[in-house]
Design a protein around this ligand. Structure first.
Ligand code: TXA
Ligand code: MG
Length: 339
């Protein structure tokens, strides 16, 4: 089991941050909170440490990692070209849940980038993450701190549950605010393309750069500009997840219960719970997308921990506000695994 140090999310204790820096300098892995999900961090310029991140996650080597910096100049230092769009987004939205894909500078180890020519960079808006990068004095490569294709962690306990001793130290800063990963935008070409919808809405991006387009990140989509590492199955609980239209939620749950499986239901607040079949674990999430997103992974972790075998989740509206949540639910429900 890893060591876990509790840190105040607003004012992280300098001694605990210094201990995390010591572990990173020694080539170790430190999980830390960000405003989106917990990251599994290693020194970005230490290829051996970065390789340990891939091993700890069981992640294929060609899936690039995000490099975390504290501000725009840190991102710029990793890029061979820093386009105007990168400046606009970074100035307005960093630190924040936005990842920019830019051309990689030759000095950035290729292993971090999954061997590719680009690099994803972001400045996270979490005091613990910022304090850690700042105290280390170097960028930190960090994917979400979960096993490959499994649920992302929004608490330190989620990290420990999945990664155990594969991580050396976990900084526990409490639950993550956004609860869903950053929005990934490729700014290498015009117009900028959203590769992964996330905590920053497309409307917020378009308010800055109206030309932003959505990439084909649909689960079946397979586009030249799709993000490497965007497998159909991803963000998945252990339980089998099925998406249902609002009207079909109860009948699907009932059918699964009758077939003898332990069923969990994830519905939005608008749905009346009276009709829930007996024995079904019902989790009610907000009818508002941001609040729903904050609790989604936590809820799926809970249902997994309760030993549920089938999760029926009510489909969410097909509106812009719900794009990121809908993407994660569809990937969690996708049955085909790829490697
Ligand atoms: O919110 C987040 O982004 C969290 C926190 C820890 O920062 N990190 C995260 O990392 O979600 P990860 O590795 O689980 O997901 C990063 C995704 C990859 O799956 C891939 O789709 C995309 O970002 N990505 C990373 N590098 C890329 C690159 N060079 N080109 C295109 N897409 C890239
Ligand atoms: Mg991830």
């Amino acid at each position: 089991m890893p060591r876990v140090l509790t840190v105040d999310a607003r004012q992280p204790d300098a001694r605990n941050v210094a201990e995390a820096v010591r572990v990173l300098r020694g080539g170790g892995l430190v999980a830390f909170p960000t405003e989106t999900v917990y990251g599994l961090g290693a020194r970005a310029f230490e290829p051996d440490a970065v390789r340990r991140v891939f091993a700890a996650k069981g992640r294929p080597r060609h899936h690039p990692l995000i490099v975390h910096v504290t501000a725009e100049d840190g991102g710029r230092a990793l890029a061979s070209v820093w386009p105007e769009a990168a400046s606009i987004f970074a100035r307005a939205l960093w630190p924040g849940p936005l990842t920019l894909v830019v051309d990689r500078k030759g000095t950035v180890p290729s292993v971090v980038a999954g061997g590719g020519p680009s690099i994803a960079v972001r400045a996270p808006a979490h005091p613990v993450a910022l304090a850690l990068i700042d105290a280390l004095g170097e960028p930190i490569a960090a994917p979400s701190a979960n096993r490959y294709q499994q649920l992302s962690p929004t608490t330190a306990a989620h990290v420990v549950k999945q990664l155990g001793g594969a991580v050396d130290l976990v900084l526990d800063g409490g639950p993550c605010e956004a609860g869903i990963e950053s929005t990934v935008v490729d700014v290498r070409r015009w117009p900028p393309v959203v590769l992964r919808p996330g905590a920053v809405s497309i409307a917020a991006l378009r308010a800055l750069v109206p030309d932003v387009v959505r990439g084909s990140y649909s689960v079946s989509g397979d586009d030249e500009r799709a993000a490497p590492g965007m497998d159909a199955r991803h963000y998945a609980p252990r339980a089998r997840l099925t998406l249902a239209l609002t009207d079909d939620v109860w009948s699907l749950a009932l059918a699964a219960t009758r077939a003898g499986t332990r069923v969990g239901l994830v519905v939005r607040n608008a749905l009346a719970p009276e009709d829930a079949p007996p024995g079904v674990l019902v989790r009610r999430l907000s009818s508002e997308a941001t609040t729903y997103a904050r609790h989604l992974y936590e809820t799926l972790h809970e249902l997994d921990d309760a030993g549920v075998e089938t999760i029926v989740a009510e489909r969410v509206p097909a509106t812009d506000a719900w794009v990121a949540v809908a993407d994660r639910l569809e990937r969690a429900a996708a049955s085909g695994t790829q490697s």
